[in-house]
Write a protein that binds this ligand. Structure first.
Ligand code: TYD
Ligand code: MG
Length: 453
């Protein structure tokens, strides 16, 4: 760029990416007509050496106190946060409208306000609505401070006076700052509001929860611009027709990611579920065709989940493949492997595959159970009630090992499973009491074992 010429930048309203050239379609997120001219923020100009020198020190001499964690009162929430809330950290809680973000944080805040100062800033619901909910849920509501406000500058000013240890912003999409004239919810407003609040929180050592709504495509509005300034990003998921809610962290500066917390939304609020395996098994007394139980690995623990398949004669031009909780392309690939390596044909059939309880599986360890649920439905041959299955399927029809095999098997035994089909390399050297294991190397072997059971 030539010197002296004012820099014109274009920002995408949808993803927040910045470009030097305008184009009709955003090169980053591929949305149309979302690029808008943007003035570069004043802070972006470089004024040269300011005369101040930052302190440097060897890393070994950096002192830190062991970060004390605040327990939120919901141990499943603590698990997702990596063992509790860290003081001065900023947590983004994202999710569909109505999934229960406000309910969750209201419960946490009321509980915590017994011991510390908590400020709940609402930009969506009125204080009356929130107070009514707290009373209906019989939460300890004596000390929680409520404020209806959407201007970030005012929130910071109030917080400075009140000095809370914990602050909730519900939601970041309703917030705006004087620095921009664009509407609340637009990318610059969301980004700048979040940046200001984060900066404020760090300066004053306040732990902040930001509530964020996800867009239709499942992203937080302006997710990329938010994620790097925030310490913890977690999502609240769940089907609207199921009362179960799953909370998952996708970024955590203070702990492991992909930790899973499981809750149920009841009439009396959000309840945590400490033994989640039980709810993801919809097991009937008599075995039915098309159902297989697998052990998936979520964060730091195994989880028993039921995979269901329905394979039905196809009457359309091309057979249908529909999945819930499983990636569609993965299913199509698995069906191809089933055809090529086992000679089992499904192209004359519609295939529906589902994971019970609204869990989303993103682990290849589920492959084998999904395929065996499909063959079970296709052949109308139920799998035994006490059979557990896991393993990854490769394109050569081989069954590949998965991490934490032994722990998965142990969890299955705990829940009363007596037989297991697992990858050969996952077969433990010592016997697990009460469990007989079929260790296999090829998908063909698994199909043969099933036929004899
Ligand atoms: P809410 O926390 O307002 O969702 P969000 O803040 O994520 O938009 O959750 C509202 C939903 O939860 C609403 O559909 C009703 C339901 N709900 C219950 O089933 N039981 C309850 O005790 C409460 C408070 C809400
Ligand atoms: Mg809400």
């Amino acid at each position: 760029m030539k010197e002296g010429k004012a820099k014109t930048l274009f920002a995408c309203d949808s993803c927040g990416s910045i470009f030097r050239k305008w184009s009709g379609q955003c090169p980053e997120c591929h949305e149309w007509n979302t690029l808008r001219e943007q003035q570069p923020p004043p802070s972006a100009t470089y004024h040269g050496f300011s005369g101040e020198i930052s302190q440097i020190q060897p890393i070994s001499q950096v002192t830190f106190s062991n970060t004390p964690r605040i327990n939120t009162g919901l141990s499943e929430f603590d698990r997702v946060l990596g063992g509790g809330l860290v003081r001065g950290s900023v947590v983004l809680l994202g999710g569909d409208p109505g999934v229960g973000k406000s309910t969750c944080l209201l419960q946490v805040c009321c509980q915590l306000s017994e011991e510390m100062k908590v400020l709940y800033v609402t930009g969506e619901e009125s204080p009356q609505q929130i107070a009514m909910r707290a009373r209906r849920l019989r939460l300890p509501d004596k000390h929680l401070l409520l404020m209806a406000e959407t201007k970030v500058e005012n929130i910071c000013a109030t917080a400075l006076q009140v000095q809370p240890q914990i602050m909730v912003i519900d939601s970041i999409q309703t917030m705006h700052t004087e620095m921009f004239s664009s509407a609340p919810g637009s990318v610059p407003q969301v980004r700048e509001s979040a940046a200001l609040l984060t900066h404020f929180a760090k300066q004053h050592n306040i732990a902040v929860f930001l509530v964020g709504h996800v867009t239709k495509s499942g992203d937080l509005a302006g997710p990329r611009v938010l994620e790097h300034i925030i310490d913890v990003v977690c999502y609240f998921e769940g089907n609207s027709d199921s009362r179960f809610r799953v909370m998952r962290s996708v970024k955590n500066r203070f702990g492991a990611v992909n930790e899973l917390g499981v809750f149920a939304m009841t009439e009396s609020g959000l309840k945590e579920i400490r033994n989640p395996s039980a709810i993801f098994l919809s097991r009937l007394a008599d075995p039915v065709p098309g159902s297989a139980v697998m052990v998936i690995w979520e964060g730091s623990r195994p989880l028993l989940v039921e995979a269901q398949a329905l394979v039905d004669e196809s009457h359309g031009e091309s057979p249908r493949r529909i999945t819930v909780g499983i990636e569609l392309n993965r299913l199509i690939m698995l069906l191809a492997v089933l055809h090529r390596h086992c000679g089992i044909v499904t192209y004359t059939h519609d295939v529906f595959a589902n994971v019970v309880g609204g869990v989303k599986i993103n682990e290849t360890a589920a492959d084998l159970a999904i395929i065996l649920a499909i063959t079970s439905s296709l052949h109308d041959h139920p799998l035994p009630n006490d059979l557990i299955i896991f393993g990854e399927i490769g394109l050569a029809g081989e069954i590949r090992p998965v991490p934490n095999g032994r722990e998965r098997l142990k969890e299955a035994v705990k829940h009363g499973f007596r037989r297991a089909i697992v990858p050969k390399a996952n077969c433990p050297r010592e016997k697990i009491p009460g469990l007989s294991i079929f260790a296999i190397e090829k998908l063909k072997d698994a199909v043969a074992i099933i036929n004899d059971l």
